[in-house]
Design a protein around this ligand. Structure first.
Ligand code: SF4
Length: 473
C-alpha cells in the first residue's frame, strides 16, 4: 500500500515542479511514508530519521502520524474548541480549505469562521510532531495521506513558492500516478493499484483502523482507468491492494473487467480476509489463466479461542471448509497464510492447533508475525502481552522448522511442471524471479536473450525449501 501511496505523493509533487531523484543523497527533501503495523516499523523510522543530514528537509505522512492524532489530549482540545476537524476523520471536501495548524499557538489565536473548511497540519495537535521536532529541527511537514492532494496548498503555507496545474489536483482517491513503477520489485512490469483504503474490521490486535481509519472504496471506473494507463505504459502484472481487498463491493467485477484488458498477463491481489472470499472468485481462479494460481488466506491462528480473542470472525472449521474448496479446484493453486503465533494468552494447546493447521493443509508459505501490542487496540487495552520473548522465539523456530519440511515437500512435487516466471535479476549463469504461483525461482541460463522483466516459461528441475530451480525453455 505504501508503494502505491508514495506514487501518489510523487504525482502531486511532480505537478508542483518538484523533481524526483533516485538517489537519496541527491534529495533536498525526504518524504517518509510510514507504517505502524508493528512497533518495529515505527522504531525503524525513528532510527532512519537520525541518518538524514540536517541540510535535508523531512516530511512525514501516513500511519505513524495518524494514530498519534488520536491522543486523548487532542480529542479533548478539539471537542472544547468547537472547531471543524474534517481532516482528522476523512477527506477535506473543499478544493480551497484554509491550511492551518503549524503551531498550537497559531491555532489558538486563529479566528475560525463558520462555514469554512480547515485542513490541519504539523504540531498543532500532533504530539508526535511536537516531540520529534524538538530533536530534529529539519522536520518540516506532517500531513495526512488523505490530504495528499492538498500538498500544494500546504507547501505554500510552509513558505514554498510553487506553481502547479490546479486542474489536475484531485481528491486522494482520484490521483493517478504518472509513471509506471509503483513496484517493490527490481523489474518495472508490476503495478500496485489500491482499490480501497482503511478498515472497519477492528481485529483486536490491529492498529490499521486507528491509523488508516474507516474503509473507503475507490470507484471501479477509476481503478480501470488507472490499470489501462499502466498497461499502455508497459506494465504486465497488476496487483490490486487494499486492507481487505476482497471486501470491495465490486471486487469480482473489477477482476472480471481487468481480465478483459489487452496486455495484462498476471493479476493478483492482497490482502484478503477469509470470510469475504466467494465461490464466484474461486471459480475465476480455477478458470482464468491470467488470475494467478495463488490464494493468500490470513488465518492468524488455528485455535478458535485465540481467533475469538483476536476478533477474527470465522472459526477454524470454516477455514477448513474454505481451504478444502480451493484444494478441490481442478487447477493447482498454491496457498499461503499469516499466523500470529504469540498472541497474548496463547497456550501450548493453542499453538499446537496452529501447527496442526499448517501441517494438515501444507501451506506453501506461512508469514509468521511476532505479536506486537499496538496503542488503541482492544488487545492492548484488555490483554496482557504475557508470552516471554524466549518462548515466542522457541515457538517461531518450531513453526519455521515445520514450514521448511512442508515447503521442501511441496516444491519437490513441482518437478517436471512447466511454469511461467518473471525475471527479477540475473548474473553470469543464473536468472532469479518468481512464478505465477508465487514461488521464488532460480533458473539456469540456456538462452542468453532473456532480460530482466521478461516473462518466460520454465521447466522445474528441482525443488528446495522456499525455492524452485528450473531451466528456461
Ligand atoms: S482485517 Fe483486521 S488485521 Fe486486516 S487491516 Fe483490518 S483490522 Fe487489521
Amino acid at each position: 500500500m505504501n508503494y502505491a501511496d508514495s506514487a501518489r505523493i510523487r504525482a502531486v509533487l511532480t505537478n508542483c515542479w518538484f523533481q524526483y531523484v533516485d538517489n537519496f543523497f541527491d534529495a533536498d527533501i525526504v518524504v517518509f511514508d510510514t507504517c505502524s503495523v508493528r512497533q518495529k516499523s515505527e522504531d525503524k523510522i525513528t532510527w532512519k530519521l537520525k541518518e538524514i543530514w540536517k541540510t535535508k528537509k523531512i516530511w512525514i505522512t501516513w500511519c505513524m502520524i495518524q494514530h498519534n492524532l488520536r491522543s486523548s489530549k487532542l480529542t479533548s482540545e478539539i471537542s472544547n474548541s468547537g472547531m471543524k476537524v474534517w481532516n482528522f476523520l476523512g477527506s477535506v471536501k473543499s478544493n480551497d480549505p484554509e491550511i492551518i495548524g503549524l503551531t498550537t499557538d497559531e491555532v489558538n489565536k486563529f479566528n475560525f469562521r463558520s462555514g469554512s473548511t480547515y485542513c490541519f497540519i504539523n504540531n498543532a495537535f500532533n504530539p508526535l510532531f511536537f516531540n520529534l521536532k524538538k530533536k530534529r529541527k529539519n522536520i518540516e511537514l506532517f500531513f495526512r495521506i488523505d490530504d495528499t492532494w492538498l500538498l500544494p496548498l500546504m507547501l505554500e503555507k510552509v513558505w514554498y513558492r510553487i506553481s502547479y496545474d490546479k486542474e489536475i489536483i484531485n481528491e486522494y482517491s482520484e490521483i493517478i500516478p504518472e509513471w509506471i513503477n509503483t513496484s517493490m520489485n527490481n523489474h518495472r512490469k508490476t503495478a500496485y493499484i489500491p482499490i480501497s483504503t482503511g478498515c472497519n474490521q477492528f481485529c483486536s490486535y490491529c492498529i490499521v483502523p486507528y491509523a488508516r481509519w474507516f474503509e473507503k472504496h475507490l470507484s471501479i471506473e477509476h481503478i480501470l482507468q488507472e490499470a489501462k494507463k499502466y498497461l499502455e505504459s508497459g506494465i504486465e502484472e497488476i496487483v490490486l491492494i487494499g486492507q481487505i481487498v476482497n471486501k470491495h463491493p465490486g471486487f469480482v467485477n473489477i477482476i472480471k473487467e481487468l481480465l478483459k484488458l489487452k496486455w495484462l498477463r498476471w493479476l493478483r491481489y492482497t490482502s484478503p480476509y477469509p470470510s469475504y472470499y466467494s465461490d464466484e472468485l474461486l471459480a475465476l481462479h480455477e478458470n482464468e489463466e491470467k488470475l494467478c494460481p495463488h490464494i493468500h488466506i490470513p488465518l492468524q491462528s488455528g485455535s478458535d479461542d485465540i481467533l475469538k480473542k483476536m476478533a477474527r470472525w470465522y472459526s477454524s472449521h470454516q477455514a477448513y471448509e474454505f481451504i478444502n474448496k480451493i484444494k478441490s479446484s481442478s487447477r493447482k493453486i498454491s496457498i499461503t497464510t499469516d499466523i500470529i503465533i504469540w498472541f497474548s494468552g496463547e497456550t501450548e494447546d493453542d499453538f499446537q492447533k496452529s501447527m496442526d493447521l499448517v501441517d494438515y493443509w501444507k501451506f506453501d508459505m506461512v508469514y509468521m508475525w511476532i505479536y506486537s501490542p499496538r496503542p488503541w487496540t482492544l488487545a492492548y487495552r484488555k490483554y496482557e502481552d504475557d508470552i516471554s520473548y524466549k518462548l515466542k522465539h522457541i515457538r517461531r523456530k518450531r513453526m519455521n522448522e515445520l514450514l521448511k519440511t512442508i515447503s521442501l515437500g511441496n516444491n519437490k512435487l513441482e518437478i517436471g511442471n512447466i511454469r511461467k516466471a518473471i525475471i527479477d535479476s540475473k548474473n553470469e549463469e543464473l536468472y532469479y524471479g518468481y512464478t505465477d504461483n508465487m514461488k521464488q525461482i532460480t533458473i539456469r541460463r540456456k538462452n542468453s536473450n532473456i532480460n530482466i522483466w521478461d516473462f518466460i516459461s520454465v521447466e522445474i528441475t528441482n525443488g528446495e525449501a522456499f525455492r524452485l530451480n528450473g531451466g528456461s525453455l
